[in-house]
Design a protein around this ligand. Structure first.
Ligand code: SF4
Length: 476
């Protein structure tokens, strides 16, 4: 059996202590008796967004603290966790497919469904997949230690499904996967009610962390060697500091960018309605805040925006884009688009294509509308046939591809600073990420060992471009 994640940081060394009777380390003394049982193994698979990815990092931290050991495959594990996504029907089906695979040969293992599908389907999961013993939504992750005790005691149906919470799920023992960029949740849940979206039903009401706890964690991350922080939330712009300091998102963003050692700050995701001008002023004046904003538009048609209950018009959205374009630094702009929302005419769709031309996005995440339980749009007539949704999606993606070819070509000849994230042995190229969140593959004249540049910031001259990435040569 191979345990995962060789310790690379102080926190990992603490996390990997399983506190046997002879162990004298601080962590083992602090937590004492809970390690006096047999070590259990777990496997976790994560579906969906960056919020889910980061939740899994926190769940792993919680499990390891509770004395569990992470393994690489579900076959090796005694406890198998699926941290699920229900934003689209396909993602949800995937989870049940995984569970089915173990219906017969999962004997001796326990299965837990976490996240959005858990919250959405609740105890029905026990009927659909009787070998599942734990169902827990993200608003109940604070209860995981108690739930694990119940599971250990032989309880066959353990649940954590309450959405009635004002708590956020914070754990100082988070096991972060990326050695250079750290996710940091600042707000959980969502109080909007977009007509197509399950999130308000699966993640509960909005609740923000105190600014003091966010700054303290940022400082700790910098001390641990992280240089880039990604602030996370379903809607980071509606961040409201619950402490008397009462910071808004612009102030928090600026202050995180001023933490010594933090060189880059990103954030996702934003709602246009809450995207106010002070956010762009903070980005424009603080060089640690990256030259990139992801602002989901979903449709370019006012009629569709109203049907989707998005709470802004095309003109209001374009006002936000104008603030970005007025910045002294060039801001890369990315978005999300849904095609085939009920009632979307070809004219509405053409209006969305025209918006792509007007904004000239650096990248677009585009999806076909998918009917989701509990949502307002479920009851809407005039569903668009699947083939038409597929056609529109293909047209939109090709349209955007041409825009990206033009956008990326404008980078050729420029020198961009990259955080080096990897090395591709097959091509002999380093993989870097620019402040605009573009992938920039590059070569360096002096052949270094593969570890030489990882985690460092280097300047790269862009020599070539494609629709999805840039290529170049290191100049320092
Ligand atoms: S803002 Fe809308 S799309 Fe985003 S999570 Fe909330 S309800 Fe869903």
């Amino acid at each position: 059996m191979k345990a995962l994640n060789a310790p690379t940081r102080v926190v990992d060394l603490i996390l990997t202590c399983l506190g046997g009777p002879a162990c004298q380390c601080v962590e083992a003394r602090a937590v004492g008796p809970r390690y006096n049982r047999k070590v259990k193994t777990f496997y976790i698979e994560t579906f969906g967004c960056q919020m889910n990815a980061h939740d899994s990092e926190k769940v792993v931290g919680t499990l390891v603290t509770e004395g569990y050991q992470q393994v690489e495959t579900p076959e090796e594990a005694e406890l198998v966790f699926y941290n699920t996504c229900s934003i689209r029907d396909k993602a949800e089906q995937k989870v049940f497919h995984r569970l089915q695979q173990f219906q017969r040969d999962g004997k001796g293992k326990k299965f837990a469904v976490l996240g959005c599908v858990a919250q959405q389907e609740g105890e029905k999961i026990f009927e659909k997949a009787p070998h599942v013993s734990m169902v827990c939504g993200s608003a109940s992750y604070n209860q995981l230690p108690q739930m694990l005790v119940q599971l250990d005691a032989g309880n066959k149906r353990v649940t954590g499904l309450s959405l009635d919470t004002d708590q956020t799920f914070e754990t100082p023992l988070t096991r972060r996967d990326n050695p250079h960029r750290a996710f940091l949740t600042i707000i959980e849940g969502c109080d909007k009610s977009c007509a197509y979206c399950v999130v308000p039903f699966t993640r509960g009401p909005e609740r923000s962390r105190t600014s003091a706890s966010v700054i303290a964690e940022s400082r700790k991350l910098a001390e641990m060697g992280y240089s880039e922080i990604m602030l996370l939330g379903q809607n980071v712009n509606s961040y409201r500091d619950p402490s008397p300091a009462a910071w808004d998102f612009a102030k928090l963003l600026d202050e995180v960018g001023r933490v010594p050692g933090i060189r880059r700050v990103r954030f996702t995701t934003s709602h246009p309605r809450d995207f106010v001008q002070p956010i762009m002023e903070a980005i424009d004046s603080n060089p640690s805040l990256c030259n990139h904003v992801h602002l989901p538009v979903q449709s370019g048609s006012d009629r569709m925006l109203e049907a989707m209950r998005r709470l802004y018009t095309r003109e209001e959205y374009l006002q936000r884009i104008a603030w970005m374009k007025a910045c002294r630094r060039e801001i890369a702009i990315t978005t999300d688009v849904i095609v085939g929302f009920p009632g979307e005419t070809d004219e509405d769709f053409q209006t969305t294509l025209a918006l792509l031309d007007e904004v000239e996005y650096d990248s677009v995440f585009s999806f076909k509308y998918s009917r989701r339980p509990n949502t307002h749009a479920l009851a809407l007539d005039d569903q668009i046939p699947e083939e038409e949704k597929t056609r529109r999606l293909a047209v939109l993606q090709e349209h955007q591809r041409q825009i990206q070819i033009r956008r990326n070509a404008s980078y050729v000849g420029r020198v961009e600073e990259c955080l080096v994230e990897g090395f591709n042995k097959a091509t002999g190229q380093w993989i870097g990420r620019t402040s605009q969140h573009k992938t920039l593959n590059f070569v360096r004249a002096a052949a270094p060992s593969a570890e030489d540049l990882l985690g460092r910031y280097v300047d790269v001259r862009v020599t070539r471009s494609g629709p999805n990435s840039l290529a170049g040569e290191c100049v320092n």
